[in-house]
Design a protein. Structure first.
Length: 122
């Protein structure tokens, strides 16, 4: 299982990484990117089983990243969970229409992430 964590906040990447490790994954099972541009580069170099991305990031935001993933490349069917502060109904619908498989509003806890991961991986 290989996970890509995308968030412009190093603190948030560390928090998500720690939660992922609490769920039984090892540090070498996930990569991190600070924006959509770096994530897109990693996605073109490696195979990932799931992508966890923020929405609000510089250079290429999470929504643009999701749209790129869903239209081309080797990850068209890879599950994507958006983890963001954007919690409005309009934002959730926009993200789902763009191709995310699930949506988590920050702040969140390990139980919520585990439920969402289990939901998209089964």
């Amino acid at each position: 299982m290989k996970i890509l964590i995308v968030d412009d906040s190093s603190t948030m990447r560390r928090i998500i990484g720690n939660v992922v490790m609490q769920l039984g994954y090892k540090k070498d099972q996930f990569d991190e990117a600070e924006d959509g541009v770096k994530a897109w580069k990693l996605l073109n170099e490696s195979k990932y089983d799931i992508i966890l991305t923020d929405w609000n990031m510089p250079n290429m935001n999470g929504l643009e990243l999701v749209k790129n993933i869903r239209k081309e490349g080797g990850h068209i069917k890879t599950p994507i969970i958006m983890i963001t502060t954007e919690g409005g109904k309009t934002e959730v619908i926009t993200a789902l229409k763009a191709g995310v498989n699930n949506y988590i509003v920050k702040p969140f806890n390990a139980t919520i992430l585990k439920e969402k991961l289990d939901g998209v991986l089964k």
